[in-house]
Design a protein around this ligand. Structure first.
Ligand code: CU
Length: 473
């Protein structure tokens, strides 16, 4: 515990943390004191009060690392260390990260800044940091064994280079990568343009986050690092819905999302109610002639996509990965599809032997969200997010863009649920239902079918009766 840590923490909560305090000459000759964050909440933007001005980003459920200016050089201190990350209320993971959190803090600098980063290794094994996407001297690229010796436990290394091009970058270890990235070691880096840039627009809200995947068994705390593809926790900045904060913006704000993917699969990120343009990648700003409107963009492994749009539709708009398994969590994969299977007789028999026996998935998986299913302690919430109309039935990579007329400029606080104007919400039809018209014609075939079965096979479709009856339980 140190007083500086508390100073930054307090400043952060007050709104707009302060970058660096006055420090004596003696202190300047020493390492910058590392700043640690204890909270997984989204911190307000860190408004620069030293160095050149810029429009700061907001890191989703994260924060920006304060720096100190030392004779014109921006100095940061990253500490690689084991951390406990609350991924959602009731679910904590034992990860590795930087300065108290996984992901590590966002580093924000200005194009042309001279940057010096001290990296202290408090992990049980060696590490290094690769500055993904940056132009820099080869020896600063952070590939252990290739461009530098690894940073042994207890040692501190110094990286120094000029932030040469504006854009969104990432940082992660390039030493025992499989383990260290599976454990959550990653962070974002934003280099703001030094002047007006023809391809970089001013925005009112600038959010950034990383896509990260973990394999954590229900009831356990530590990711399984040998997993190659079959991850079960899909997170944004090491948080899972309903633990992910909403994106709160003012009506007609220009909004930017900077999203980096350090999972082991691609994620089609989908925004409701608006169209966006991809205005940049980790290669830099995209030429205007190469931009087009989208509502979903795929972000491949090791890529960053920068999305921009004007938030001109009021409401609570879902934003999520479109792979439906990535909006669930802690899911066993070996569950057979039970939709349409009538368990009623079987269940009665089993219940005589096992009183708590429960059938899953007979009518789909929505039951899971409604049932108060007993889960092991420390399990990621699965499909449990509650909205104003009931369960949202989402977990993992899901959040909400909240667009409000009365959200004040620069105010990031959650405005609560949208109050829909009368007559603008989908409603139940209570009138007569006509019988469906059935088209009995077999249609015309382009080609004559061959090897037809000897007689017609009848497929039975089971349809639920009435509204609420669920006979199986
Ligand atoms: Cu996904």
């Amino acid at each position: 515990m140190n007083t500086r840590r508390h100073f930054f923490k307090a400043a952060g909560i007050a709104g707009g943390a302060v970058a660096a305090a006055a420090i004596s000459r003696v202190a300047m000759a020493a390492l910058p004191e590392p700043v640690t964050q204890n909270s997984p909440a989204t911190m307000p933007p860190l408004v620069p009060n030293t160095g050149r001005p810029y429009n700061p980003v907001v890191t989703l459920n994260g924060w920006t690392l304060p720096w100190r200016m030392n004779q014109g050089v921006k100095e940061f201190h990253l500490v690689a260390e084991p951390v406990v990350r609350e991924m959602a209320p009731g679910f904590k993971a034992h990860l590795w990260g930087y300065n108290g959190q996984s992901p590590g803090p966002t580093i924000e600098v200005v194009e042309g800044d001279r940057v010096r980063i001290f990296v202290t290794n408090k992990l049980p094994e060696h590490t290094s940091i690769h500055w993904h996407g940056q132009r820099l001297p080869n020896g600063m690229d952070g590939v252990s064994g290739l461009t530098q010796p690894s940073i042994k436990p207890g040692k501190t290394f110094v990286y120094e280079f000029e932030a040469r091009r504006p854009g969104t970058f990432m940082y992660h270890p390039h030493a025992d990568e499989m383990t260290q990235m599976a454990m959550g070691m990653m962070g974002m880096w934003v280099t703001h343009p030094k002047a007006r840039h023809p391809l970089i627009d001013d925005v009112q809200r600038d959010f950034c986050f990383l896509l990260s995947g973990y394999d954590i068994d229900p009831g356990s705390y530590t990711p399984k690092i040998m997993t190659m593809l079959d991850f079960n926790i899909w997170s944004w900045n090491s948080r899972v819905f309903p633990g992910i904060d909403s994106f709160n913006v003012r009506l007609n704000d220009k909004v930017r999302f900077r999203i980096g993917n350090l999972t082991m699969t691609n994620h089609p990120i989908h925004l409701h109610g608006h169209e966006f343009m991809v205005t940049g990648t980790d290669g830099g700003p995209t030429p205007k002639s190469a931009r087009w409107l989208e509502v979903t963009t795929d972000i491949a492994v090791g890529q960053m996509r920068q999305l921009e749009f004007v938030a001109d539709e009021e409401g609570d708009w879902a934003m999520h990965c479109h792979k439906s398994h990535h909006t669930m969590s802690a899911m066993g994969h070996n569950v057979p599809t039970m939709i349409g299977v009538d368990h009623s007789g079987l269940t009665r028999k089993i219940t005589r032997l096992i009183p708590d026996y429960m059938v899953m998935g007979e009518r789909g998986m929505a039951d899971m969200a409604e049932m108060e299913m007993p889960l092991p302690d420390n399990t990621a919430p699965m499909m449990t997010g509650q909205g104003p109309f009931g369960s949202v039935e989402m977990g993992g990579m899901f959040s909400v863009l909240k667009v409000r007329k009365d959200q004040k400029p620069g105010d990031y606080k959650d405005p609560g649920w949208f109050k829909h104007p009368a007559g603008t919400v989908a409603y139940e039809w209570t009138g007569e239902l006509a019988q469906p018209t059935r088209h009995m014609s077999g249609g015309k075939h382009m080609m004559n079918p061959q090897n037809m079965p000897a007689k017609d096979i009848e497929v039975q479709v089971r349809k639920p009766q009435g509204g609420s009856g669920h006979s199986g339980h």
